[in-house]
Design a protein around this ligand. Structure first.
Ligand code: FES
Length: 562
């Protein structure tokens, strides 16, 4: 019964069953492919516009070997691809478009099962959102992280170290020649960014959710074992079709709680706080921001990988990868959750052995007692905001200072390097109009650069607040995802230069120390910015995107919530 979908396309006496077979045979297939074999779609986000996914053609060939060997018929198809580095204004603007592409490609075609090939930040959640809505048996094969960059005597983590070295370059402590060397050395192999940025976080969480084979997420892209596990995934998806093992049986509320716990143990990207609710929403599960904070408070941070820690993804792979992390925090997980193996989380990871304790610590000796991400409330963010506390400065976790407000990113870039900018290390930098509607597309602009004049004085961090996201490779005392956003009339819109702002991470608050009546008066005078789009996909996005605390999916793509 598992291959009922492809039967509906290819079997039967009518003309179109004949036509579908005949035209597909133009690709050179033998008639035997229509004799009841499951048809497996390989959704490939390969693109030369997305360096992180550019090796996925080779991965697809390995998946095909496995599908053929298990008695299935693999048919590879392209999806749009979202390259974090090239797309403007932000790849996030197109996550929902990619999810729709994947969902409708699965629905419209004779596919009994699907293998999702992903890697760069948005490609993993987008593909999982689409596949969850289509709900045919699905397995994820990420492309894996790149190897560490090497420059002079240093190992470089793409993303994080690039930002750190750029600050040295801006401060005049790195020469033009050295900066050119870094450009050629930091991203030297195929694969996605090699720190615990958004790509590594989301592929690891796909594994934590039970949607990849155990150990799959962290194998480096150039490692031969990447292709071996791709082949094994191809074999496994054929069996999953027979077992009718659909995403809706795997993506349960308990599985999402497990994924949130793994996120905290990893010190993973704040972007997961947007993507996990969006993915859960596709199977009708509402994840409130409170869940992240509740699970963060009981889940220690145990994975010592940049940007929160010291090591890189290849070190986490050597330590044993996600299975070792899940084995370590197993007392905090629901071990009974079903996975693509057909077995439970507990059965998959129960025997995992940690091979590098400098990378994955014991649960009893964590790097921090709480998880990496804290969810804030307060009068600036009535619907929530987030801070990556493991990548923030301990001395700024409780801070009161005067705001310096940038109305948008253009103003920020025009002013940030001015020698006469009236700021010091106590100033709270505030940037508006960078949220889902304001950006538009919820760009990763939240790690506002430190003012050049302060960098030259050796200032390494300041409190920064915005309704933007930030790259998972970023760091600093940065409050993000303020909801509702300023472009939707949230209280952030009322903050003015000189107002006192107070951050208190322990109390989980970010507050504007201005009378309630004055805030209300300012908001009553506020007028919304001109929409960035008046036609096309951009207008669809602005009309239907939900706010950060709801995952930024389109309202019409979410089913009724449980
Ligand atoms: Fe693709 Fe960093 S640019 S993961």
């Amino acid at each position: 019964m598992g291959n009922q979908r492809s039967r509906n396309w290819f079997q039967g006496p009518e003309y179109y069953a004949f036509a579908r077979r005949a035209w597909l045979r133009s690709e050179g297939f033998d008639r035997s492919i229509f004799e009841g074999k499951p048809v497996i779609g390989i959704a490939n986000s390969w693109s030369e516009l997305n360096n992180c996914n550019v090796h996925l053609k080779q991965v697809a060939e390995a998946v095909k070997r496995g599908v053929w060997a298990a008695g299935g018929v693999p048919l590879e198809f392209p999806t749009i691809s979202l390259g974090e580095m090239l797309m403007k204004p932000t790849a996030m603007l197109f996550r929902n478009l990619m999810a729709m592409d994947v969902e409708e490609s699965i629905r419209a075609n004779p596919l009994d099962g699907v293998v999702l090939l992903c890697g760069c930040d948005k490609t993993t959640p987008a593909m999982l959102m689409g596949a969850a809505s289509a709900d045919v048996p699905t397995i994820v094969v990420p492309g894996g992280p790149m190897l560490a960059g090497t420059w002079r005597d240093r190992k470089l983590g793409s993303g994080t170290d690039g930002r750190k070295l750029f600050d040295l370059f801006r401060a005049g402590r790195l020469s033009e020649e050295q900066w050119c060397e870094v450009e050629g050395a930091i991203a030297r192999t195929s694969g996605h960014c090699t720190v615990m940025g958004t790509a590594s976080t989301m592929t690891s969480l796909a594994e934590a959710l039970g949607m990849t084979l155990p150990g799959c997420a962290n194998i480096p892209a150039p490692d031969a074992r990447r292709l071996a596990i791709a082949e094994a995934s191809g074999r496994r998806i054929v069996a999953m079709v027979e077992e009718e093992l659909r995403p809706s049986r795997i993506l349960t509320r308990a599985a999402f709680d497990n994924a949130i716990a793994v996120l905290m143990a990893l010190g993973g990207s704040t972007n997961a706080v947007v993507h996990l609710p969006a993915m859960a929403g596709r199977v009708g599960i509402r994840i409130a921001l409170d869940a992240f904070d509740r699970i963060s408070r009981r889940t220690p941070w145990i994975v010592n990988v940049k940007p929160s820690g010291e090591h890189l993804m290849e070190d986490l792979f050597e330590a044993g990868g996600v299975p070792v992390v899940m084995r370590e925090i197993l007392p905090l997980l629901d071990a009974s959750c079903l996975t693509v193996t057909g077995r439970t989380v507990g059965e998959n990871v129960g025997a995992a052995e940690c091979l590098r304790r400098d990378v994955v610590t014991r649960l009893s000796e964590p790097l921090a007692a709480e998880g990496g991400i804290a969810v804030l409330g307060g009068n600036v963010a009535p619907n929530g905001a987030v801070i990556k506390q493991t990548a923030a400065s301990a001395g700024l976790m409780r801070h009161r200072g005067p705001a310096y407000v940038f109305e948008n990113r253009d103003q920020m870039y025009a002013e940030i390097d001015r020698e006469d900018l009236p700021v010091d290390e106590n100033t709270v930098l505030v940037m508006k109009n960078c949220g889902p509607k304001g950006g538009p597309g919820f760009p990763e602009w939240g790690q506002i650069p430190l003012p050049a004049k302060l960098l030259k004085r050796g200032v390494a961090d300041m409190v920064r607040i915005s309704d933007a996201r930030m790259s998972g490779t970023s760091f600093g005392t940065v409050v993000l995802h303020v909801a509702p956003e300023s472009a939707a009339g949230g209280p952030l819109a009322a903050v003015r230069t000189g107002d006192l702002v107070e951050l208190d991470v322990e109390r989980r608050r970010i507050d504007l120390l201005v009378e309630d009546g004055e805030i209300a008066r300012r908001l009553a005078e506020w007028t919304p910015p001109k929409p960035a789009y008046e036609r096309g996909y951009g207008k669809l996005f602005l009309d239907h995107v939900t706010q950060a605390d709801q995952g930024c999916d389109f309202d019409f793509l979410m089913p009724e919530m449980k």
